[in-house]
Design a protein around this ligand. Structure first.
Ligand code: NOJ
Ligand code: NOJ
Length: 532
C-alpha cells in the first residue's frame, strides 16, 4: 500500500537532508578504479609526509581494503562461496578464524558505505555501492528468517544471533549469544540508506515503483514482512533483556547496545510514521524513551565516568562508550535529541579516564612527558590529554588469538577517539557555545594543559580566546590519535585488529573490515571539522 499524500510530506521532510556537507571532496586518483588501489599501495609512504597527505592516501587505501572484504566484488571474497551482500569480518580463516559475517560488523561497515554512496550517488562507485547495499538488504532478510541457536523468526528471537557463516547459513558452534545490538545497527544502516536513496531519487516516493522498492525495507504489516520492521519489533520487545556485549564476552545490559537501540527506535518511529504505521511509531517512541531513561543509570558519579555494563565487576571504562556515542548520533546530523553525544560532558570525562588508563597500561604509549619521575606532581592533574593507542577496556585479556594473555590497543578504538574529538570540535564551533561544567572541567583542563590559558567553569563563545583554543586542541589531539594509527599500519597501509602493546606491530585478525571503517568515519568527521 502506498502511503497517503499527507504522509508524503513527512517523508519528504525527513528525506532530503544532506547529513554532512563537505567543503571539498577528494577527487579519485586518475589511475584508480573502484577496487584498484594496487599501484598506490605497493610503495611505502615516506615518513616525512604530512599527516594530511597520509590521511588522504590512507583514506583511499582503507576504502579499497574494506571493499575487498565485501561481496559482491571484493577481491578477498570472490569465488569462495561468500553470499552476495556479505561483509566478512576479516579474510583470516585461521589463527584467528574471522571468516564469518557478524551482524554488527556488517551493519557498521555498510553504514560507512552508505556515507560513501551519499557523496556521489550517480557515480560508478555510487552505483556499485547501491547494488552492494541492495544485496545486503536481501541477504539480511534471508538471515533474519534463518533459524539459529539464538532462536527463530516466529518470535523474532533468532534476530539476536551475532554471526553467520559466509554463505548465510547459521553458525552452530558455541558463542556468546544473543547479542542484541545487531538488529538495532542493521535498522540504523538501512534507514540511513533509505534516506540517502530517497534523497537522490526524489520522484521514487510517488512513482508506481515505490511499493516494490520499499517493500523489502519497510512495510507496516505484522508479523513483519520487511527487514527494518522486523528489527524494530525485535529491539522494541527485547531491549530490556540481558544479552552479550559488543565484545561478545559479558552478559548484562550494555551502554553500546542500549544507545544504538534507542537511536534505532527514534529513527524507526519517524520512518513508521512516514509509512502511515502510526501505532508502531508511537510504540517505538515510547520504548526509546524508556531506554533513554535506563541509560542515565550508566553514569557512575563516584567513578566520574560512564560504565559499559551495569552491575559489572569491570571498571566500566570501555571503548564501547565511545562507539555507543558515535553510532547513536542522529543520521541527519542534527544534535538536539542525542543522548550522550560525543561532545557531552560525560562522554568526554569517560574518554579522558579511558585514555589515561590505556596510556599507562601499554608500554608503546609511553611518551617523553610520561617518563619524568616527578613524584610530587599528581600525574593526572598535570599531564596533558594526548592521543594514544586505545584498546577495548582495561581488563581485556584477548590478544587477537586467545584470551589467556593481555589486551592490546585496537585500531578501531584509537580511530573512534579521534572521531569523538573531531565531532566535538565541530559541534562547539557550529553551536558557538561551550559550557565547561564540573563534569567536563578535568577534560578541558588537561586538553589545555600545554597552553598558558586558565580553564574555568562557565560559558564561552567565539569572543573568548579559550573557545578557539579548545577547538584547536580538539582537532590537534584528534590528529594525534590518527598519528598513532599511522604509526602502526604496515607499509601497504593495512590494518589488522590490534597492535602489540610492546612491539607496536600489528596483531590479531588481518585486514579487519571494521578497522578500515572506523578510520574512514574518523576521517569523514575530520573533513567536516576542517570545512567549518
Ligand atoms: C571480536 C570483537 O570483540 C567483536 O566486537 C567483533 O564483532 C568480532 N571480533 C568480529 O570482528
Ligand atoms: C501493534 C502495532 O500495530 C504494531 O505495528 C506495533 O509495531 C506493535 N504493536 C508493537 O509490537
Amino acid at each position: 500500500m502506498l502511503p497517503s499524500a499527507l504522509l508524503l510530506a513527512s517523508f519528504a521532510s525527513f528525506a532530503p537532508f544532506a547529513p554532512y556537507t563537505y567543503a571539498f571532496s577528494i577527487p579519485p586518483l586518475p589511475h584508480l578504479n573502484f577496487l584498484g588501489i594496487a599501484d598506490a599501495q605497493k610503495h611505502q609512504q615516506p615518513l616525512h609526509d604530512t599527516l594530511d597527505a597520509w590521511i588522504q592516501q590512507e583514506e583511499r587505501i582503507a576504502l579499497d581494503k574494506l571493499l575487498a572484504n565485501v561481496s559482491p566484488g571484493g577481491r578477498n571474497v570472490e569465488g569462495q562461496g561468500v553470499a552476495p551482500g556479505t561483509v566478512v569480518a576479516s579474510p583470516s580463516q585461521a589463527g584467528p578464524d574471522y571468516w564469518y559475517q557478524w551482524v554488527r560488523d556488517a551493519a557498521i561497515t555498510m553504514n560507512t558505505l552508505v556515507d560513501v554512496y551519499a557523496e556521489d550517488t550517480s557515480s560508478p562507485l555510487g552505483g556499485k555501492l547501491s547494488s552492494i547495499l541492495d544485496a545486503y538488504t536481501s541477504l539480511q532478510q534471508m538471515i533474519q528468517h534463518t533459524s539459529n541457536p539464538s532462536g527463530t523468526f516466529d518470535d523474532l528471537s533468532g534476530l539476536g544471533e551475532p554471526k553467520f557463516e559466509i554463505d548465510g547459513t547459521s553458525f552452530t558452534g558455541s558463542w556468546g549469544r544473543p547479542q542484541r545490538d545487531g538488529p538495532a545497527l542493521r535498522a540504523l544502516t538501512l534507514i540511513h540508506y533509505l534516506h540517502e536513496y530517497n534523497a537522490s531519487h526524489p520522484t521514487l516516493w510517488t512513482s508506481s515503483r515505490a511499493d516494490d522498492f520499499f517493500a523489502p525495507f519497510y512495510e507496516a504489516s505484522m508479523p513483519p514482512t520487511s527487514v527494518i520492521k522486523a528489527d524494530l519489533e525485535y529491539v522494541s520487545h527485547y531491549w530490556n533483556q540481558s544479552g552479550f556485549d559488543l565484545w561478545e564476552e559479558v552478559e548484562g545490559l550494555h551502554f553500546f547496545t542500549l544507545m544504538v537501540s534507542a537511536r534505532s527506535l527514534r529513527e524507526g518511529s519517524q520512518l513508521a510514521r512516514a509509512f502511515g504505521d502510526l501505532g508502531a511509531a508511537d510504540w517505538y517512541t515510547l520504548q526509546a524513551g524508556y531506554i533513554e531513561n535506563l541509560l542515565s543509570k550508566f553514569w557512575n558519579k563516584q567513578k566520574g565516568h560512564l560504565v559499559e555494563t551495569l552491575w559489572s565487576k569491570r571498571s566500566g571504562l570501555d571503548c564501547g562508550l565511545l562507539l555507543g556515542s558515535l553510532h547513536a548520533l542522529p543520521a541527519d546530523g542534527s544534535d538536539d535529541d542525542a543522548v550522550y553525544p560525543p561532545w557531552s560532558d560525560k562522554i568526554l570525562a569517560s574518554l579522558l579516564a579511558l585514555t589515561r588508563d590505556q596510556r599507562d597500561r601499554f608500554p608503546i604509549n609511553s611518551s617523553p612527558w610520561s617518563s619524568s619521575d616527578d613524584e610530587e606532581v599528581d600525574a593526572d592533574e598535570e599531564e596533558p590529554f594526548e592521543g594514544t593507542g586505545l584498546g577495548r577496556y582495561p581488563e581485556d585479556t584477548y590478544n587477537g588469538y586467545s584470551t589467556t594473555h593481555h589486551g592490546n590497543p585496537w585500531f578501531l578504538c584509537t580511530s573512534s577517539a579521534a572521531e569523538v574529538l573531531y565531532r566535538t570540535a565541530s559541534h562547539i564551533s557550529t553551536s558557538a557555545n561551550l559550557i565547561i561544567s564540573p563534569t567536563s572541567m578535568p577534560f578541558y583542563t588537561s586538553l589545555l594543559a600545554s597552553s598558558s590559558l586558565d580553564v574555568n567553569e562557565g560559558a564561552y563563545g567565539p569572543s573568548d580566546a579559550l573557545f578557539h583554543s579548545i577547538i584547536e586542541r580538539l582537532g590537534a589531539v584528534g590528529d594525534q590519535f590518527l598519528a598513532v594509527v599511522r604509526r602502526h599500519v604496515d607499509a601497504e597501509g593495512s590494518m589488522s585488529e590490534q597492535f602489540d602493546k610492546e612491539t607496536g606491530f600489528m596483531t590479531g585478525a588481518r585486514d579487519l573490515t571494521w578497522s578500515y571503517g572506523a578510520f574512514l568515519q574518523a576521517v569523514r568527521a575530520r573533513k567536516v571539522m576542517k570545512s567549518l
